[in-house]
Design a protein around this ligand. Structure first.
Ligand code: C2G
Length: 452
């Protein structure tokens, strides 16, 4: 029997349109069996496609429904195309001619064919016609505000034009010289009463709870720096409120949304390093050297930084059974803290955070057969290494990373709003509760010490 002629093609297929259909039909006509690789949203973000409006699941379903498509696979990483050519014994790799030259390297495995692209139609155009951009207001004016605005510029579905801060003079000064943010407020209720549909809160931690609560009640989606609340019942109340109002409440931990960080979690699932027994991660910033204000620094290293290592520990080891703190205090607040948690199967998490001492900001995930090393700063994950007893055997993973990392988080927030989905898979409400708990448990432990 003659072997079937196998064709493969790849794409995002956001808002499937006639241009995609024409290409798929033509690709299918080249052979007997058409495989379509649909890009996973995390992979799309890693290759700079930040504005995809539909989830991977929705896009896969749309392609699966097409008569001339025989098999749908999900594309998750750059090297996958070469792997797929061998795995599926592909005869022809077909792709639109906007990619001419880019995939010539695949000629080593198969025959590469570039097909004419349909003119006058694109996902970008359809997104513009079908989705209103998210109007985002900024709460708090600080050292990182401008960076947040700059990073949002890479997202076509986000518009930032308003800011609130208690400091009217600073707001006036900021809006006077800012190219995008033209409206300033020093009255929070008035700010919430405008046409914004979401807020990003980067104020002092003691203000978070009330600002989140008011924003949710006013029907706004919320992205907020950590911790979200400083009391256990407050956090529960906020999450309950978000659910009731059908609004997103997301912690602004940028690491959770980085393509490489998500890929690391995927890679760990293959069990290569055996049973995971320990996660070590540090996060230190000498804010004083970076000229941050004393009032900012006095919020304490645990409040300011612990969410990052806690994210890693929680993602890898899950819920903790116990928690202990080994802090160093100066002027009434913690300049460093080592947090040790115990977990199921006798696993442990060891994280150090500091604003007053500098540590190596790397992370190591250790298992019974090997470990993963993420170089400093691990929380801006760009690469990681699998290492074993046999030092000859090692694998490295490197990813593209653009800007300061914030854009991936803002992209997820914007996508959730547009997809009318209130939960992020990259940072779930129960993970947020566990991460926030570290700050709460630490402040409880200090209260107990004082009482004694
Ligand atoms: N396409 C087309 N005509 C259009 C728009 C797109 O023929 N007007 C083709 C593209 O050339 C591509 C396919 O439709 O072959 C999917 O396009 P996108 O969804 O934009 O995906 P893309 O970013 O091109 O994916 O691994 C992913 C691939 O490398 C490329």
């Amino acid at each position: 029997m003659k072997k079937k002629k196998i064709i493969i093609t790849y794409g995002t297929y956001d808002m499937l349109h006639i241009g995609h259909m024409n290409l798929l039909e033509r690709a299918s006509a080249l052979g007997d069996y058409l495989i379509v690789g649909v890009t996973d949203e995390n992979y799309d973000r890693s290759r700079g496609k930040l504005n995809v409006s539909q989830s991977t699941k929705t896009r896969v379903k749309a392609i699966e429904a097409l008569d001339f498509v025989d098999k749908v696979i999900v594309e998750t990483h750059k090297k996958q195309k070469a792997e797929d050519m061998v795995k599926y014994k592909v005869d022809i790799f077909a792709i639109g001619d906007d990619w001419v030259g880019s995939f010539d390297y695949l000629n080593e495995f198969t025959h590469v064919e570039y097909l004419a692209r349909t003119k006058g139609i694109s996902s970008t155009k359809l997104r513009k016609e079908n989705f209103k951009p998210v109007k985002l207001g900024l709460v708090g004016l600080g050292e990182d505000t401008q960076e947040f605005i700059n990073e949002s510029d890479f997202l076509s579905n986000i518009i930032i034009n308003r800011i609130y801060s208690k400091n009217l003079n600073a707001v006036k000064e900021f809006t006077k010289y800012n190219d995008t943010v033209k409206y300033g407020h020093d009255n929070y209720d008035e700010f919430l009463d405008t046409s914004i549909n979401a807020v990003y809160i980067d104020s002092s931690v003691s203000e978070h709870y009330i600002q989140i609560k008011k924003a949710l009640k006013a029907g706004k989606h919320v992205l907020c720096e950590t911790p979200l609340a400083l009391e256990k019942n407050e956090l529960k109340e906020l999450l309950g409120l978000a659910k009731k109002e059908k609004k997103i409440l997301l912690m602004a931990i940028k690491t959770a949304f980085l393509p490489a960080f998500n890929q690391l979690q995927q890679e760990l699932k293959n069990g290569l390093i055996g049973e995971i027994k320990e996660v070590r991660a540090n996060r230190t910033t000498l804010y004083r050297e970076k000229k941050y204000s004393e009032s900012y620094i006095s919020q304490g290293a645990t409040n300011l930084l612990s969410s990052y290592p806690s994210l890693l520990v929680n993602k890898i080891l899950g819920k903790s059974k116990s928690i202990s703190f080994f802090d160093q205090q100066e002027n009434g607040y913690d300049i460093s803290n080592t947090i040790i948690t115990t977990h199921k199967n006798n696993a442990r998490g060891i994280s150090s955070v500091a604003t007053g001492i500098k540590l190596e900001d790397s992370a190591i995930i250790s298992g019974t057969k090997g470990y993963v090393y993420i170089p400093s700063p691990w929380w801006l994950t760009k690469e990681f290494y699998f290492r074993f007893e046999d030092s000859q055997k090692s694998y490295s993973f490197k990813y593209e990373f653009n800007g300061t990392g914030l854009r991936y988080m803002i992209a997820e927030f914007g996508s959730l709003i547009q997809r009318e989905s209130i939960k992020s898979k990259m940072l779930t409400p129960s993970e947020m509760v566990r991460i926030n708990r570290v700050s709460l448990d630490y402040s409880d432990s200090k209260k107990i010490k004082k009482e004694k």
